[in-house]
Design a protein around this ligand. Sequence first.
Ligand code: SAH
Length: 360
Amino acid sequence: MPGETIKIIDKSGTFLAWGSFSPESQIRTRIWSWNPEEHISRDFLHARIKRSLHYRNQIGLDSQMKRLVYAESDGLPGLIVDQYADTLVVQFLSAGSEYWKNEIVEILVELTNAKTIYERSDAQVRKLEGLPQQTGTIFGSDPDPLLKIREQNLDFWVDIQQGHKSGFYLDQRDNRDLVGRMCRGKAVLDCFCYTGGFSVHALNNGADLTTLVDESERALNLAEKNITLNNLETEKIELLRGNVFQVLRKFRDQGRKFDAIILDPPKFAPTASFADKAARGYKDINLLALKLLNPGGMLATFSCSGGISRDLYLRILSGAARDAEINARIQVNMGQSADHPVNLSFPEGDYLKGFVLRVA
Ligand code: SAH
């Protein structure tokens, strides 16, 4: 049966690991444990989830929203648990995590005092595991359409039911904070702004003006709401619905300039097989953005594509700067925030790379 625990042995019959069986997936099994003595059970899951929660406490995050369980990186393949105050949003992305769903929900209730647990198993990878898309409340009362969640000294409206991922880009927490602090007195262009995370931080730090660009009307509406929620001046924002690739070209033709540009696109390359096409997309927007900067300006540029390594991303950026005939230096190296740890035995978990580039 899909998700059942299997013993993995080598040719000679020697024990290798305990894993969950996924007959439909190219990844036939995901490892629960390398220890032959381990018994994969409710107690085992309880211990792993408890360990994940303990790890988050060790970080001491000042935020009501954080990732509590990050799949393989926490020894719980396919399971993602994000906390938004007293609501948990859970994704069961593998046959193994799906198989243990009821036990996992019980354990989360026991260990977190969550009032609501909402399932967002609507990610594409479910299909590869032969699992149907599934969303809805799986414990407690239905969540409000928008939750007001505090992160450090700022509030955000989060749509856990229809928003991207589990509602918010928790992985960018530290980067929003850092980039925001560099925007005082600047004219900022926030590309792929989603619900305005970077712009809220920039304005809160005294940015002069921010132009927010996204193709999603819904995202832009929520971005505006997030700006007013924090009592920031809406006169300082310009909301543009459009395709970033085209908007950047239009700004180039108009001769518009900015002091700070943020490029935080969706993943262009989910796997390495998309790398070539993705590389062209990344080079295009980065080249255009570099040319829109005033002298001394900064570009905060990100890639969350698993199929593009940090090294390759840097080479793409070098190519963009060379072709734009712009001298740029790396001022800051960025990655995913600490609630998205990377297990040394699962380097694929290290997907988010970012750089603050400063032009001459
Ligand atoms: N910076 C955001 C997260 C960005 S997610 C934060 O910190 O919260 C990527 C966003 O890009 C989504 O909102 C999606 O609607 C938007 N998007 C994807 N492709 C786009 C395109 N070609 N042009 C404009 N927006 C796009």
